[in-house]
Design a protein around this ligand. Structure first.
Ligand SMILES: Cc1ncc(C[n+]2csc(CCOP(=O)(O)OP(=O)(O)O)c2C)c(N)n1
Ligand SMILES: [Mg+2]
Length: 803
């Protein structure tokens, strides 16, 4: 590690002094918040607290080098960093502790995440992008340790893409790729696979990233010797150090209490990353936890006296102050005045936040007390109602739950009564519950006009229906149109680039659009998704390819924790319109035939899940998705690339609608709902069923999340009065989900003459070979016999027992 003595940020001594005092103020402000925050939890006003104490100094250094347009991807310790950038005020801090649901007051998540999870707003209220080059940006934290790493890679890669490609729509996202993506991670969390995968990929891709490791030698109660080989992460990673001949990382090691060394290390790191587009790692050692890990538990339980004493002596704020005094930058008296002022500021912020938090609740309580009182005066259950009212009055600091319970219980005592007062209470309760539910449930998906489900269907047109080509050709030629039309679109994955994916759906695309837009990656599914999330957060339109559906599970944590929750946890203030392209369902064997849709649709709420039956439908989904801005998973049918399809003439234009089913065969006896590859077998079975006088209607579910927004399946059942759901997931998987949608949500039970049924694959993974497939997945005979049995039960005379 060569640290140059001159950096781009060199300033005069007077300015440096001023900077030091201002940094001391922020360090002290942040620490005061941490100390008071813990008290708020211990006295019961907040449920949980995790703070930034002990990590103040390096975060001030990081903040100094952080510029407009830069992005952070960090974790719960970065309180001081956020305060230093003016993105987190003491009042915000307390509102987050209390879980205030007003996004203006609690800008980090509108009360959805526990305090200590930070973000900035990338979107205007209509969902359009803000100018990210004019603000300091933080992607939204998640609690899962190291979960911030995969997206960090994409945030950094975006700079590289913006620098390398001409003709991009970059005005709001990048100034010639000059932005750094700053990552932070705790020492213990570097044990996670996500960390190592990200480090390796960043070294390969050579992206402008600065990763800080806040090393306090602990991960909750577990000391370094159980976490890290040699108990020293930068020593372990030294093989990544770049040399004169090899690219790699620049690695810095610095003590977390050493202000000048920190400032210098960060300025150097920023210069290298910003100018040379090289990843940099800063291992910040000798940090402490003055109050232990979080508010649950105390570190006195697991740290010995020697360690506790060392932590007290080396507390970075304490050593910072000692250094300021020793070097004559300020005096005890001056600092005492500053500290007193800051303590007062924080106490006031806390008081204000608490009273703002309570304000609406108290006025709602007042209204409710009066409504219960009035309803009681006209009720035969007056005494019971008065008891509820008095219990409510006694709650001085009510939460929404207290109000909801009081209102709902009161209505039970008014059963059967008809008074204007009861109606008023009823109306209030409905409105209150609806509004509260909205507060906690909105923004799982985009709620603005351009949401994907609003994109109108455009059917494929054909000049010559007889022009039959392999399905992969339709995909390839459609991607060609999309890359031409949307310059911000890029695709990457294993074998995606040079050979144009394992099924040649991208054949020739790299030659035409270059290695940045059509790229091969290492075998690392988690960070492929991370690249996608990070780049999508910065205005690009990435398509991340997961080679086979069965390998998506390597990336599942990132998909479910990060991408699927993004809109929700940011209360609509960030978006990552990432398209994930993969291929699944029937092919050969345990790991190339997966159709694990049940698992995915349950874990990935917040992402659209689309299962097209052929490549025309698939291409139509990509066209739809690129008109909108939401994340989606598209599962192409593995065995469909070489099947012939008519070639549409409006490639790149036609749109498969999201949330709509398609009836692909009309019939009158039974409705069969299916999706993906299985549909072809259902169609064959339906032809055979016709031979015995059974006329089946077949509906392609095609979009599993969301499913059938127009309730077309219900209309079909009104006609056939029977329903069978067929898929190749495990029993009780996606088929059970679809049945629940149809029977319970659409209300189809009213129209059924036969018991609703599902036919799925076996519970085990699909065995290899044609026979393995036949005995693992629903086959033509299974479908025939299942439908026949339903008809036999309904009409044994017409359909005598088969076997
Ligand atoms: C994937 C995952 N596993 C476990 C946890 C529980 N957990 C939260 S913080 C933490 C320790 C992290 O230690 P470190 O990375 O050193 O950060 P520090 O808190 O010390 O700054 C653990 C185990 C989690 N949040 N996520
Ligand atoms: Mg730690």
């Amino acid at each position: 590690m060569d640290v140059s003595s001159k950096t781009s940020n060199d300033i005069s001594f007077d300015d440096f002094k001023e900077q030091i005092i201002s940094d001391y103020e922020i360090a002290f402000l942040s620490r005061t918040c941490s100390l008071l925050g813990r008290k708020e939890v211990l006295t019961g006003k907040a449920k949980f607290g995790i703070f930034g104490d002990g990590k103040e100094l390096p975060q001030l250094a990081m903040a100094r080098s952080f510029k407009n347009g830069d992005f952070r991807s960090g974790y719960y310790r970065d309180q001081t960093f956020m305060m230093a950038l003016g993105l987190l005020t003491p009042k915000h801090f307390f509102h987050a502790l209390y879980a205030t649901t007003d996004i203006e007051k609690e800008p980090m998540s509108a009360g959805r995440q526990m305090g200590g999870h930070y973000l900035t707003h990338s979107l205007n209220s209509d969902g359009s992008w803000k100018d990210l080059t004019k603000q300091k940006n933080s992607s939204a934290d998640i609690s899962c340790t190291a979960g911030q790493m995969p997206r960090l890679l994409g945030l950094a890669q975006a700079s590289k893409v913006y620098r390398e490609l001409d003709g991009l729509d970059s005005a709001k996202f990048s100034s010639n790729g000059n932005e750094i993506a700053w990552g932070t991670i705790g020492n213990a969390s570097t044990s996670e696979g996500m960390f190592f995968e990200t480090i390796n990929a960043a070294g390969v891709l050579q992206v402008p990233m600065v990763i800080s490791i806040w090393d306090d030698e602990y991960g909750i109660s577990v000391p370094a010797k159980y976490h890290t080989t040699k108990e020293d992460i930068s020593k372990v990673l030294s093989g990544f150090q770049r040399t004169d001949t090899d690219t790699g990382f620049e690695i810095f090691k610095v003590n977390g209490w050493d202000y000048t060394a920190l400032m210098h290390a960060y300025e150097n790191a920023a210069d290298i990353a910003r100018q040379e587009h090289v990843p940099v790692l800063i291992h910040v050692k000798e940090l402490t936890q003055p109050q232990g890990h979080s508010t649950s538990g105390s570190h006195e339980r697991y740290k010995d006296n020697a360690r506790l004493e060392w932590e007290r002596d080396n507390d970075c704020n304490k050593r910072f102050k000692e250094w300021i005094l020793e070097s004559g930058i300020s005096t005890e008296e001056e600092l005492a005045t500053i500290e007193k002022r800051i303590k007062r500021t924080v106490r006031e912020a806390k008081k204000e936040a608490w009273s703002e938090y309570l304000e609406n609740l108290l006025s709602a309580k007042k209204n409710l007390v009066s409504l219960i009182d009035q309803a009681a005066s006209k009720s035969s259950n007056k005494n019971f109602l008065n008891k509820i009212k008095n219990d409510l009055i006694a709650i001085e600091e009510p939460i929404k739950k207290d109000l909801a319970i009081a209102a709902r219980k009161s209505l039970r005592y008014l059963l059967g009564e008809q008074t204007a007062e009861k109606n008023a209470l009823n109306d209030w309760t409905t409105k209150f519950l609806d509004e509260a539910q909205h507060v906690y449930s909105a923004h799982l998906y985009n709620e603005n006009e351009n949401k994907a489900t609003n994109i109108k269907a455009i059917p494929p047109t054909y000049k010559n229906e007889n022009e039959q080509v392999d399905g992969r050709v339709i995909l390839r030629d459609n991607f060609d149109k999309l890359f031409e039309k949307h310059p911000n679109t890029l695709i990457f994955g294993e074998d995606t680039g040079a050979i144009g994916d394992v099924n040649q759906g991208l054949e020739g695309m790299q030659e035409k659009y270059g290695k940045t837009r059509v790229a091969d990656t290492g075998i690392r599914e988690t960070t492929i998704i991370g690249q996608g999330i990070g780049m999508a957060l910065r205005g690009l339109r990435p398509i991340a390819e997961i080679q086979y559906l069965d390998y998506i599970f390597y990336a599942l944590a990132t998909l479910t924790d990060d991408l699927a929750s993004l809109m929700y946890r940011t209360a609509g203030k960030q978006k990552a319109p990432l398209i994930i392209r993969t291929r699944g369902h029937r092919l050969e064997g345990i790991w190339h035939s997966g159709s694990e849709m049940g698992g995915l649709i349950h874990l990935l709420r917040g992402i659209y899940i689309l299962a097209p039956r052929n490549m025309t439908q698939a291409a139509g989904f990509y066209n739809t998705l690129l008109k909108s801005d939401e994340p989606a998973l598209v599962i192409e049918s593995l065995n469909g690339y070489r099947l012939k399809e008519s070639r549409p003439s409006n490639l790149g234009e036609f749109c498969t609608p999201i949330g709509k089913v398609e009836t692909i065969r009309e019939g009158s006896d039974i409705t069969i709902v299916s999706y993906g590859s299985t549909l072809r077998i259902v169609e064959q079975a339906a032809r055979e069923l016709l031979e015995v006088g059974i006329d089946a209607e077949i509906i392609d579910a095609q979009t599993l999340l969301p499913f059938d927004l127009d309730k077309d399946v219900l209309n079909s059942i009104k006609k056939t009065n029977r329903i069978l759901v067929v898929d190749e997931d495990v029993p009780g998987g996606c088929s059970a989900y679809l049945l629940n949608e149809i029977i319970e949500k659409q209300g189809a039970f009213k129209y059924l003459d036969s018991a609703p049924q599902t036919l799925s694959a076996k519970a085990h993974r699909p065995a290899y070979g044609t026979d393995g497939d036949y005995f693992s997945k629903p086959n033509r005979e299974d479908i025939f016999e299942k439908v026949y049995a339903i008809m036999h039960e309904a009409n044994p005379n017409n359909f005598p027992k088969l076997r």
